[in-house]
Design a protein around this ligand. Structure first.
Ligand SMILES: Nc1ncnc2c1ncn2[C@@H]1O[C@H](COP(=O)(O)OP(=O)(O)OP(=O)(O)O)[C@@H](O)[C@H]1O
Ligand SMILES: [Mg+2]
Length: 259
Protein backbone atom coordinates (compact mmCIF):
# COMPACT_ATOMS: atom_id res chain seq x y z
CA UNK A 1 0.00 0.00 0.00
CA UNK A 2 1.12 3.53 -0.72
CA UNK A 3 0.17 6.48 1.48
CA UNK A 4 -0.08 9.96 0.03
CA UNK A 5 -0.04 12.96 2.32
CA UNK A 6 -1.49 15.72 0.20
CA UNK A 7 -1.32 19.37 1.20
CA UNK A 8 -1.87 18.72 4.88
CA UNK A 9 -2.09 21.70 7.23
CA UNK A 10 -3.16 21.70 10.85
CA UNK A 11 -4.09 24.64 13.02
CA UNK A 12 -4.71 24.35 16.74
CA UNK A 13 -6.04 26.90 19.17
CA UNK A 14 -3.89 27.37 22.22
CA UNK A 15 -5.28 27.92 25.72
CA UNK A 16 -5.77 31.64 25.07
CA UNK A 17 -7.69 30.91 21.88
CA UNK A 18 -4.83 32.00 19.66
CA UNK A 19 -4.33 30.01 16.47
CA UNK A 20 -1.16 27.96 16.23
CA UNK A 21 -0.23 26.53 12.85
CA UNK A 22 1.39 23.21 13.69
CA UNK A 23 1.72 21.98 10.10
CA UNK A 24 1.67 23.84 6.83
CA UNK A 25 1.30 22.32 3.36
CA UNK A 26 2.86 18.94 3.95
CA UNK A 27 3.23 16.80 0.82
CA UNK A 28 5.01 13.47 0.70
CA UNK A 29 4.32 9.79 0.20
CA UNK A 30 5.18 6.59 1.96
CA UNK A 31 5.68 4.07 -0.81
CA UNK A 32 4.91 0.39 -0.67
CA UNK A 33 7.45 -1.37 1.55
CA UNK A 34 9.10 1.91 2.40
CA UNK A 35 10.41 2.97 5.81
CA UNK A 36 10.05 6.74 6.15
CA UNK A 37 11.43 8.52 9.20
CA UNK A 38 10.25 11.96 10.34
CA UNK A 39 12.80 14.06 12.20
CA UNK A 40 12.79 17.66 13.34
CA UNK A 41 13.13 19.86 16.39
CA UNK A 42 10.81 19.58 19.35
CA UNK A 43 7.37 20.99 18.61
CA UNK A 44 7.74 20.92 14.81
CA UNK A 45 4.61 18.79 14.40
CA UNK A 46 5.97 15.25 14.06
CA UNK A 47 3.38 13.68 16.36
CA UNK A 48 0.62 15.79 14.87
CA UNK A 49 1.53 14.56 11.40
CA UNK A 50 1.74 10.92 12.51
CA UNK A 51 -1.64 11.23 14.23
CA UNK A 52 -3.18 12.72 11.10
CA UNK A 53 -1.81 9.87 8.96
CA UNK A 54 -3.22 7.44 11.56
CA UNK A 55 -6.63 9.09 11.46
CA UNK A 56 -6.45 10.07 15.13
CA UNK A 57 -6.55 13.77 14.23
CA UNK A 58 -8.14 15.41 11.23
CA UNK A 59 -6.21 17.92 9.15
CA UNK A 60 -7.45 21.50 8.85
CA UNK A 61 -6.61 21.37 5.14
CA UNK A 62 -5.56 18.64 2.74
CA UNK A 63 -5.90 14.93 3.17
CA UNK A 64 -4.27 11.53 3.45
CA UNK A 65 -4.96 8.94 0.77
CA UNK A 66 -4.27 5.25 0.78
CA UNK A 67 -3.57 3.73 -2.61
CA UNK A 68 -3.65 0.06 -3.45
CA UNK A 69 -6.07 -1.17 -0.80
CA UNK A 70 -7.84 -4.37 -1.70
CA UNK A 71 -11.29 -3.89 -3.20
CA UNK A 72 -13.00 -5.28 -0.09
CA UNK A 73 -11.26 -2.79 2.16
CA UNK A 74 -12.57 0.70 2.88
CA UNK A 75 -9.93 1.64 5.39
CA UNK A 76 -6.34 0.60 5.79
CA UNK A 77 -5.37 -1.45 8.78
CA UNK A 78 -2.98 0.51 10.96
CA UNK A 79 -0.54 -0.71 13.57
CA UNK A 80 0.41 2.06 15.98
CA UNK A 81 3.21 2.11 18.55
CA UNK A 82 3.69 5.06 20.89
CA UNK A 83 6.51 6.02 23.21
CA UNK A 84 4.73 4.66 26.24
CA UNK A 85 3.05 1.42 25.35
CA UNK A 86 -0.28 1.04 27.06
CA UNK A 87 -0.57 -2.68 27.68
CA UNK A 88 -3.54 -3.89 29.68
CA UNK A 89 -2.12 -4.75 33.11
CA UNK A 90 -4.75 -7.42 33.74
CA UNK A 91 -4.01 -9.30 30.54
CA UNK A 92 -1.11 -11.68 29.99
CA UNK A 93 1.45 -10.84 27.33
CA UNK A 94 -0.07 -13.22 24.80
CA UNK A 95 -3.57 -11.83 25.43
CA UNK A 96 -2.26 -8.28 25.07
CA UNK A 97 -0.68 -9.17 21.73
CA UNK A 98 -3.92 -10.85 20.63
CA UNK A 99 -6.04 -7.85 21.64
CA UNK A 100 -6.34 -6.24 18.20
CA UNK A 101 -7.26 -9.59 16.65
CA UNK A 102 -9.94 -10.05 19.27
CA UNK A 103 -11.33 -6.62 18.37
CA UNK A 104 -11.41 -7.74 14.76
CA UNK A 105 -13.48 -10.78 15.72
CA UNK A 106 -10.80 -13.39 15.05
CA UNK A 107 -11.58 -16.66 16.87
CA UNK A 108 -9.63 -17.65 19.94
CA UNK A 109 -7.54 -20.45 18.47
CA UNK A 110 -6.47 -18.45 15.43
CA UNK A 111 -5.71 -15.29 17.35
CA UNK A 112 -3.55 -17.11 19.87
CA UNK A 113 -1.66 -18.82 17.06
CA UNK A 114 -1.05 -15.53 15.31
CA UNK A 115 -0.12 -13.76 18.53
CA UNK A 116 2.43 -16.49 19.20
CA UNK A 117 4.10 -15.90 15.82
CA UNK A 118 4.62 -12.23 16.64
CA UNK A 119 5.54 -12.91 20.25
CA UNK A 120 8.34 -15.14 18.94
CA UNK A 121 9.30 -12.58 16.31
CA UNK A 122 9.95 -9.89 18.93
CA UNK A 123 11.90 -12.31 21.13
CA UNK A 124 9.39 -12.80 23.95
CA UNK A 125 9.21 -16.59 23.69
CA UNK A 126 8.53 -18.02 27.14
CA UNK A 127 6.77 -14.90 28.41
CA UNK A 128 3.32 -15.76 27.05
CA UNK A 129 1.73 -15.96 30.48
CA UNK A 130 3.63 -13.10 32.12
CA UNK A 131 1.85 -9.87 33.05
CA UNK A 132 3.12 -6.47 31.88
CA UNK A 133 4.35 -5.48 35.34
CA UNK A 134 6.70 -8.48 35.32
CA UNK A 135 8.44 -7.21 32.16
CA UNK A 136 11.27 -4.71 31.70
CA UNK A 137 10.62 -1.52 29.72
CA UNK A 138 12.26 -3.00 26.64
CA UNK A 139 10.15 -6.15 26.86
CA UNK A 140 6.96 -4.14 27.24
CA UNK A 141 7.88 -2.17 24.16
CA UNK A 142 8.46 -5.42 22.28
CA UNK A 143 5.04 -6.65 23.35
CA UNK A 144 3.55 -3.39 22.05
CA UNK A 145 5.30 -3.87 18.71
CA UNK A 146 4.05 -7.47 18.53
CA UNK A 147 0.52 -6.25 19.24
CA UNK A 148 0.76 -3.71 16.40
CA UNK A 149 2.17 -6.33 14.01
CA UNK A 150 -0.29 -9.06 14.95
CA UNK A 151 -3.17 -7.40 13.12
CA UNK A 152 -1.01 -7.56 9.96
CA UNK A 153 -1.35 -3.85 9.28
CA UNK A 154 -1.06 -2.13 5.92
CA UNK A 155 0.90 0.63 7.58
CA UNK A 156 2.98 0.75 10.74
CA UNK A 157 3.11 4.06 12.63
CA UNK A 158 5.68 4.53 15.38
CA UNK A 159 6.09 7.68 17.47
CA UNK A 160 9.42 7.63 19.32
CA UNK A 161 8.87 4.02 20.32
CA UNK A 162 12.28 3.59 21.96
CA UNK A 163 12.92 6.98 23.51
CA UNK A 164 12.00 5.88 27.04
CA UNK A 165 14.55 3.06 26.94
CA UNK A 166 18.16 3.13 28.10
CA UNK A 167 20.81 3.53 25.41
CA UNK A 168 21.86 -0.14 25.23
CA UNK A 169 18.31 -1.46 25.09
CA UNK A 170 17.51 1.13 22.48
CA UNK A 171 20.37 0.01 20.24
CA UNK A 172 19.26 -3.62 20.54
CA UNK A 173 15.66 -2.69 19.78
CA UNK A 174 16.70 -0.73 16.69
CA UNK A 175 18.55 -3.79 15.41
CA UNK A 176 15.58 -5.95 16.16
CA UNK A 177 13.17 -3.60 14.46
CA UNK A 178 15.31 -3.70 11.33
CA UNK A 179 15.27 -7.49 11.40
CA UNK A 180 11.50 -7.54 11.84
CA UNK A 181 11.05 -4.98 9.11
CA UNK A 182 13.20 -7.04 6.72
CA UNK A 183 10.79 -9.92 7.29
CA UNK A 184 7.52 -7.99 7.09
CA UNK A 185 8.47 -5.14 4.72
CA UNK A 186 5.65 -3.02 6.06
CA UNK A 187 5.21 0.52 4.88
CA UNK A 188 6.27 2.43 7.97
CA UNK A 189 6.19 5.99 9.26
CA UNK A 190 8.55 6.39 12.19
CA UNK A 191 9.10 9.50 14.31
CA UNK A 192 12.31 10.11 16.20
CA UNK A 193 14.45 12.88 17.68
CA UNK A 194 17.51 10.73 17.22
CA UNK A 195 19.29 11.44 13.94
CA UNK A 196 21.52 8.35 14.01
CA UNK A 197 18.44 6.24 14.58
CA UNK A 198 16.82 7.89 11.56
CA UNK A 199 19.84 7.21 9.32
CA UNK A 200 20.07 3.65 10.61
CA UNK A 201 16.44 2.77 9.90
CA UNK A 202 15.22 4.91 7.02
CA UNK A 203 14.80 4.49 3.33
CA UNK A 204 14.05 8.21 3.33
CA UNK A 205 14.28 10.82 6.05
CA UNK A 206 11.74 13.66 6.02
CA UNK A 207 13.20 16.66 7.83
CA UNK A 208 10.62 19.07 9.25
CA UNK A 209 11.20 22.65 10.32
CA UNK A 210 9.11 24.40 12.92
CA UNK A 211 6.74 27.34 13.31
CA UNK A 212 4.96 26.29 11.21
CA UNK A 213 5.96 22.67 10.59
CA UNK A 214 7.04 22.40 6.98
CA UNK A 215 9.09 19.92 5.04
CA UNK A 216 12.60 21.25 4.90
CA UNK A 217 14.13 18.42 2.93
CA UNK A 218 13.58 14.77 2.07
CA UNK A 219 16.80 12.76 2.12
CA UNK A 220 17.02 9.27 0.62
CA UNK A 221 19.51 7.15 2.56
CA UNK A 222 21.44 5.42 -0.14
CA UNK A 223 23.03 2.66 1.96
CA UNK A 224 22.13 -1.02 2.25
CA UNK A 225 19.74 -1.75 5.13
CA UNK A 226 21.77 -4.63 6.48
CA UNK A 227 25.15 -3.68 7.90
CA UNK A 228 24.58 0.02 7.47
CA UNK A 229 26.24 0.67 10.81
CA UNK A 230 29.35 -1.36 9.94
CA UNK A 231 32.81 0.15 9.59
CA UNK A 232 32.51 -0.12 5.82
CA UNK A 233 29.82 2.57 5.73
CA UNK A 234 30.98 4.67 8.66
CA UNK A 235 31.96 7.70 6.55
CA UNK A 236 28.78 8.02 4.45
CA UNK A 237 26.66 7.18 7.52
CA UNK A 238 28.27 10.00 9.50
CA UNK A 239 27.89 12.33 6.52
CA UNK A 240 24.13 11.73 6.49
CA UNK A 241 23.96 12.38 10.23
CA UNK A 242 25.89 15.64 9.78
CA UNK A 243 23.77 16.72 6.83
CA UNK A 244 20.53 16.21 8.79
CA UNK A 245 21.88 17.79 11.95
CA UNK A 246 22.95 20.86 9.97
CA UNK A 247 19.39 21.17 8.68
CA UNK A 248 17.85 21.20 12.14
CA UNK A 249 20.58 22.56 14.38
CA UNK A 250 19.54 26.22 14.42
CA UNK A 251 15.90 25.42 15.01
CA UNK A 252 16.67 22.85 17.66
CA UNK A 253 18.64 25.57 19.48
CA UNK A 254 15.71 27.98 19.12
CA UNK A 255 13.33 25.32 20.45
CA UNK A 256 15.60 24.83 23.44
CA UNK A 257 15.60 28.56 24.24
CA UNK A 258 11.83 28.75 24.02
CA UNK A 259 11.56 25.77 26.36
N1 LIG B 1 -3.99 19.46 21.04
C1 LIG B 1 -3.24 20.55 20.82
N2 LIG B 1 -3.71 21.78 21.09
C2 LIG B 1 -2.97 22.88 20.86
N3 LIG B 1 -1.74 22.86 20.33
C3 LIG B 1 -1.19 21.67 20.05
C4 LIG B 1 -1.91 20.44 20.27
N4 LIG B 1 -1.12 19.40 19.88
C5 LIG B 1 0.02 19.96 19.43
N5 LIG B 1 -0.02 21.31 19.53
C6 LIG B 1 1.04 22.23 19.10
O1 LIG B 1 1.43 21.91 17.79
C7 LIG B 1 2.84 21.96 17.62
C8 LIG B 1 3.36 20.60 17.18
O2 LIG B 1 3.23 19.66 18.25
P1 LIG B 1 3.70 18.15 18.12
O3 LIG B 1 3.42 17.49 19.41
O4 LIG B 1 3.12 17.56 16.89
O5 LIG B 1 5.27 18.32 17.92
P2 LIG B 1 6.42 17.20 17.94
O6 LIG B 1 7.31 17.49 16.78
O7 LIG B 1 5.83 15.85 18.05
O8 LIG B 1 7.20 17.56 19.28
P3 LIG B 1 8.11 16.63 20.20
O9 LIG B 1 9.37 16.42 19.44
O10 LIG B 1 8.33 17.45 21.42
O11 LIG B 1 7.35 15.37 20.46
C9 LIG B 1 3.39 22.46 18.95
O12 LIG B 1 3.55 23.85 18.86
C10 LIG B 1 2.32 22.07 19.92
O13 LIG B 1 2.33 22.96 21.03
MG1 LIG C 1 5.98 14.29 19.46
Amino acid sequence: MRVVVDGVSKTFRDKKGKEVTALSQIDFAINKEEFVVLVGPSGCGKSTLLNIVGGLLSPTEGGVYFEGLSAKQDDPRLGIVFQEIALFPWRTVIDNIAFGLEEMGVGKKERLEKAKVYLDMVGLTGFEQAYPKQLSGGMRQRAGIARALAIEPDLLLMDEPFSALDAQTRTLMQEELLTIWSRTRLSTLYVTHNISEAVYLADRVVVLSRHPGRIKEIIPIDLPKAGRDSEEFRVPFDDYVKQIWNLIRQEAEDALKEG
